[in-house]
Design a protein around this ligand. Structure first.
Ligand code: TIU
Length: 229
């Protein structure tokens, strides 16, 4: 595969480079998306995140068919919370905190049912899963080494939530030299205003953090890569 595919994106077209592009799926975990998890414990309406699942499933499927690298992340902590700073643990006044028992096991604790990815988007054999203690996927993880080893220079960024882990990861990636396209219908926020403004912030100022396009633009470009392979 050598030919690039052009994604009609904002603020200008994004050149999808085969073999150098990875799809990153951020924190599509039960604790954020399903009622009774961490997201809801923070006072959020989790329904707004559920609608991301079908387009994201279609995007993941297209990426897999094209042989594109797919990376999943999960936000969470070790059982004794030694990797969770007090500033994170004690923030706000949620009814339940990280590590407390929740509907799906201890909230955001690695190995618990709620910490894992929703069934519809489950990783398949061979896909990288990055466990991260922070909002950004680069902080205190092996992500940069994984991308470097695979020769990745571009990221299709998806997952939840738009203004928190998606933004933090995109900003981290941008500073590290990666070209990031945030897929607008594959990212979700508990807050409609944050969703809208979060996407505007990515592409403002000539693409200050990257590009934005939806799956109707991205999936055909991925498929065209697959057919020219
Ligand atoms: N609260 C919120 O919007 N997000 C998080 O706590 N983590 C992620 O975004 N994954």
């Amino acid at each position: 595969m050598t030919a690039t595919a052009e994604v009609p994106a904002e603020p200008f077209p994004f050149q999808l480079v085969p073999g150098k592009t990875a799809l990153i799926v951020i924190d599509m975990q039960r604790d954020f998306i399903l009622p009774g998890g961490f997201g809801e414990s923070l006072g959020n309406d989790v329904d707004r995140l559920l609608k991301v699942v079908p387009p994201l499933a279609a995007l993941i499927s297209a990426a897999r068919e094209a042989g594109m690298m797919v990376i999943h992340t999960r936000e969470g902590h070790v059982a004794d919370l030694s990797d969770c700073p007090p500033a994170k643990l004690n923030r706000g006044a949620p009814s339940k905190r990280i590590g407390d028992p929740g509907k799906y096991g201890r909230i955001l604790i690695r190995g618990e049912y709620g910490h894992d990815i929703v069934d519809e988007l489950a990783p398949v054999a061979g896909e990288v899963v990055i466990d991260k203690p922070g909002k950004g996927a680069f902080y205190a993880t092996e992500l940069q080494d994984v991308l470097a080893a695979a020769g990745i220079t571009q990221l299709l960024v998806t997952g939840v939530t738009t203004e928190v882990c998606v933004h933090t990861t995109t900003r981290e990636a941008n500073d590290r030299g990666y070209e990031c396209l945030v897929v607008s219908d594959c990212v979700g926020s508990y807050f409609p205003d944050f969703q809208r403004v979060g996407l505007e912030m990515i592409k403002a100022q000539g693409g200050i953090f990257g590009w934005v396009a939806d799956t109707t633009a991205v999936i055909p470009a991925i498929q065209s890569l697959a057919t020219t392979a």
